[in-house]
Ligand binder design. Structure first.
Ligand code: SF4
Length: 121
């Protein structure tokens, strides 16, 4: 009789433990799904941040007004230069935003520009 009672106690404890492990695994799985497959995109580079200001970055290159910056580079007129055709832009053709080799962990606008612009080869 006593051993049967012990058996049921152990069975109940085992079921409770299993449920706890299952619930914890399920929560971890759900968390991975939330941040996981698509991945959280890095935030946009703030034009007013120190690194952006240091390189005169603007998300809209038409906002660059300093004539000393608006020069031809590598045979390309300033009006044709943008992040989209910069060798450091990590987005795919047609992407509106993408990573940049100069600003790790941030995204820049394809329409942007900074003084590190280099013609995509
Ligand atoms: Fe845009 Fe190129 Fe400057 Fe990066 S390095 S912000 S892609 S112009």
């Amino acid at each position: 009789m006593k051993s049967r009672r012990d058996f049921f106690k152990l069975a109940g404890l085992a079921s409770f433990s299993f449920l706890g492990v299952f619930t914890a695994n399920n929560a971890v799985s759900q968390e991975r799904k939330r941040g996981g497959s698509t991945g959280a995109k890095p935030e946009m580079l703030d034009e007013n941040s120190s690194p952006a200001k240091a390189l005169n970055y603007k998300a809209d290159r038409s906002k660059i007004t300093d004539p000393k910056l608006k020069t031809e580079r590598q045979g390309l007129a300033f009006d044709k230069q943008s992040c989209a055709n910069c060798t450091l832009f990590q987005g795919k053709p047609g992407d509106k935003v993408g990573g940049c080799g100069i600003f790790p962990g941030k995204q820049v606008a394809a329409t942007g520009w900074c003084t590190s612009w280099m013609k995509k080869g």
